[in-house]
Design a binder for this molecule. Structure first.
Ligand code: KG4
Ligand code: ZN
Length: 342
């Protein structure tokens, strides 16, 4: 028997540096969404420290779940299942969420539903569409991932291409660190770029051959490093010389990353003759990406669909939502459920 359309799923997410819990009705309607961000705890290190992340999840997980249930006015007996991210992510972090989910599933006698984090980012984009029209080309772009898929259903994604080195978000985070803009870099670069000229500095868009659907961002990272270190890498510390303009540099780098993403999405749409693109993941928050993708898609007769801004960075609404789709297919797990880094 399939779950009722009104089924309530509790979602739990702890794969990286956000402890999140949410209750979602029918795979669509978020009744609550609690996100405890660890950004402040990792900021002084310039990136996520796995040991700090695991301990912080441990402190935050129970209050986050309690808050999500209270906010949704939901009693444990109302739930049809408990969905949790099992992969990919930091093992010590994933284990906190999975252990909490197992304990509650056992105590409350509810189905335990394993969810793949990247598929959940794609589902977040599907949640912003009223009527699904499969297949889609899907771009999941975040701090850990940059991948293109051909999506046949919420549960079926065929990989078309991924990054050979850094994820787009990782490149933005590293460039922001070089520009002393702080962490996380994506929003910081967006802010610094607001009044900048995206043509102020030249950055190559790595296309990797005429038909490639793969990505590579490490060259762009080296390019900004050398722009900061001067010709031939003369300056010891990568700093922005006063003669150069920070908004222009931030805007040019941001535009190069977003342009590359847009071109690859349109290339995939054309190659597979699928005029619908879904975009999810933390970098999908980016304003330039949203605006430029919309206009480039329109010019090419393609529809670009973004996850809602609050569902782009890590959250548990997307976990509970995809959990509902799994439950409809009776895809549940027993208490031996394990986590995986990749
Ligand atoms: O999805 P997410 O929260 O975590 C992963 O699954 O990796 O994505 C985090 C990434 C970070 O690299 C962050 O810099 C980037 O998303 N990000 C942005 C923006 N907001 C977050 N990148 C560009 N523009 C933004 N507004
Ligand atoms: Zn994520």
């Amino acid at each position: 028997m399939s779950p009722p359309d009104e089924a309530l799923i509790l979602g739990i997410e702890s794969s990286c540096d956000e402890t999140a819990a949410a209750v979602v009705r029918g795979g669509r309607e978020a009744l609550s969404s609690v996100v405890h961000s660890q950004i402040a705890e990792h900021a002084e290190w310039g990136g996520v420290v796995p040991e700090i992340a695991g301990r912080s999840h441990l402190r935050a997980i129970v209050p986050a779940i309690e808050e999500a249930l209270t906010e949704a006015n939901c009693h444990p007996q109302d739930l049809s299942g408990i969905a949790v991210t099992t992969r990919p992510g930091l093992l010590g972090s994933l284990l906190v969420g999975v252990t909490a989910a197992k304990s509650l599933a056992w105590a409350w006698q509810k189905p335990l539903i394993p969810v793949h984090h990247i598929e959940a980012h794609a589902y977040a984009a599907l949640m912003s569409v009223d009527h699904w029209e499969f297949p889609y080309i899907t771009l999941v772009v975040s701090g850990g991932h940059t991948s293109l898929f051909r999506t046949e259903s919420p549960l079926a994604h065929a990989l078309l291409g991924t990054t050979r080195d850094d994820a787009a978000g990782e490149a933005l985070d590293k460039a922001a660190a070089m520009l002393n803009l702080g962490y996380p870099g994506g929003p910081a670069i967006q802010k610094a770029a607001t009044d900048g000229d995206p043509k102020a500095y030249a950055f190559k868009r790595p296309m990797l051959g005429p038909n490639s659907l793969e990505f590579s961002f490490s060259g762009m990272k080296t390019a900004i490093l050398y722009k900061l270190k001067g010709p031939g890498g003369r300056r010891e510390e990568p700093t922005l010389p006063e003669s150069q303009n920070l908004p222009g540099m931030a805007a040019s780098f941001e535009a190069a990353v977003m342009d590359t993403l847009i071109r690859k999405c349109l290339r995939a749409a054309q190659q597979y003759n699928i005029p619908r693109i879904l975009v999810g993941g933390g970098v999908a928050c980016n304003q330039r990406l949203r605006v430029d993708m919309a206009s480039a898609a329109e010019k090419n007769g393609v529809q670009a669909i973004f996850a809602r801004a609050e569902h782009c960075t890590d959250n548990a609404v997307m976990i509970a939502g995809l959990g509902y789709a799994h439950l409809q297919q009776h895809e549940t797990a027993d208490l031996l459920l394990d986590v995986a880094a990749s």
